[in-house]
Write a protein that binds this ligand. Structure first.
Ligand SMILES: [Zn+2]
Ligand SMILES: [Zn+2]
Ligand SMILES: [Zn+2]
Length: 260
């Protein structure tokens, strides 16, 4: 399975428009962060090609496809309805047109409802479907595991302040963005991971995201072989922050590609 971090930045993206802090003016390409999303080429084959999954459609989705040469997606898994995670959905149109197929999108009931409101033109049956709107099939995810073309997906359900977020485990990979509390029930589902991608916003505590210290504690508790932090703000300068993390824990960065 190949995993590509398409974006590792918090909701504004880094650099932040008009900000001249050290993070925003850093010359290191790892300090340029598009909004969070991940692309997964699984080892499951359909018609001889790998099943391709995307987690969230960020506002930077089109740019992320171009930068990473992503030209096909079979299904999108949504974590939650916050705008930095859904706003690029319209750009699935190009996948529809290139491959003449509908893209399945998976979301929990609350997220699905908000997606329908935000993209009412997509779900309104009166809209003219002349190629100008994405052609998606919305499927509801519950706490039960489910399959996409035979590949098992395990939902991971946790808190992000007042919002419930669904992370996903696919084989030995788990993705948990936008998180500040993991219920005890979920740790069982996180055993034996090779790679975990986990929310770690900044050094200072935040009401809806793990800080770097909190995320490092969770990374040690979960015990994946490798943990990468994502959804990072401009307070965090890659090289200096990365050097202080515990063994087996690193900051993710845009374009980071992992094979497991
Ligand atoms: Zn800044
Ligand atoms: Zn969020
Ligand atoms: Zn977010």
């Amino acid at each position: 399975m190949k995993i590509v971090i398409l974006g590792s930045g918090t909701s504004q993206g880094i650099p932040i428009v008009g900000c001249s802090c050290p993070g925003c003016t850093s010359p290191d390409s790892k300090d340029k962060r598009l909004r969070v999303s991940v692309y997964i080429e699984t080892d499951r084959k359909i018609n001889g090609k790998p099943l391709r999954l995307l987690i969230d459609t960020s506002p930077d989705f089109r740019q992320q496809m171009l930068l990473n040469n992503v030209t096909d997606i079979d299904a999108v898994l949504y974590t939650h309805y916050h705008i930095d995670h859904i706003m690029g959905m319209d750009d699935l149109r190009q996948i529809n047109q290139l491959h003449r197929k509908v893209v399945e999108i998976y979301a929990n009931a609350e997220t699905a409802e908000r997606i329908k409101q935000t993209f009412s033109y997509v779900f309104d049956n009166d809209t003219y479907r002349g190629g100008g709107i994405p052609d998606v099939e919305l499927k509801i995810v519950t706490e039960e595991k489910f399959k996409i073309s035979g590949l098992e997906i395990i939902p991971l359900i946790y808190r992000h302040g007042p919002t419930t977020v669904y992370g996903y485990r696919i084989g030995d990979f788990a993705y948990m963005t936008d998180c500040n509390f993991i219920p005890e029930s979920e740790y069982e589902k996180l055993k034996g991971l090779k790679v975990l991608v986990l929310d770690a916003l900044r050094y200072r505590p935040h009401p809806t995201h793990f800080s770097i210290d909190e995320a490092a504690g969770e990374a040690i508790k979960i015990g994946a072989e490798k943990t990468y932090f994502t959804h990072i703000t401009h307070d965090v300068v890659h090289e200096e922050a990365n050097a202080k993390l515990p063994p087996g824990v690193e900051l993710a960065y845009d374009g980071l590609t992992l094979e497991i």
